[in-house]
Design a protein around this ligand. Structure first.
Ligand code: SF4
Ligand code: SF4
Length: 164
């Protein structure tokens, strides 16, 4: 830290802040030529890394089936009470499936607890951060909006497996 001069020891230039103004201008000029970190969104999109927690989505297998077995764990762990699951029986080996699966995106806080607790890797955090609604109903995402093909979620699933 520099030693503070007393007012009577300051030169005329120092009294009218000229050295400080010059220092400020030099700093501004330096920063003008540094690389930019801002983006011109929405023309330029941010592509998040695999660690990013965007909106939660349901995994759809290659054959079009959902992975979810409607165990309800995600719904129980969700701190924002954003998930509603209603289970139903199937005829197949996998006995249960979610007849209804909804996430209220107005409530979701993107904590990722649902993803962590799911025993089937059936719900994962996506890279989607573009959420805009014009009314409350639009913010309730049903299976049609939630199910995403596994090919689009592979990066996140591989990322999660590193920590299991
Ligand atoms: S990310 Fe968190 S708040 Fe959002 S649905 Fe999952 S558990 Fe609930
Ligand atoms: S998404 Fe996972 S935790 Fe949630 S109900 Fe389905 S299987 Fe269970």
């Amino acid at each position: 830290m520099g030693v503070r001069k007393r007012k009577k020891d300051l030169s005329l230039l120092e009294r009218i802040y000229i050295p400080e103004i010059i220092k400020g201008l030099v700093l501004t000029m330096k920063n003008m030529f540094r690389p930019k970190f801002t983006m011109e969104y929405p023309e330029e999109k941010f592509i998040p890394p695999a660690s990013y927690r965007g909106r939660p989505v349901l995994v759809m297998e290659e054959n079009g089936e959902e992975r979810c077995v409607a165990c309800g764990l995600c719904s129980r762990v969700c701190p924002a009470l954003a998930i509603e699951v209603q289970a139903s029986e199937t005829e197949r080996e996998k006995e249960r499936y979610p007849e209804k699966f909804e996430i209220n995106m107005l409530r979701c806080i993107f904590c990722g607890f649902c993803e962590e607790v799911c025993p089937e890797e059936a719900i994962v955090m996506s890279k989607d951060y573009e959420l805009a609604f014009s009314n409350r109903e639009e913010a309730i995402f049903d299976k049609e909006k939630l199910l995403i093909p596994i090919s689009q979620l592979d990066e996140r699933i591989q990322f999660l497996r590193q920590y299991k």
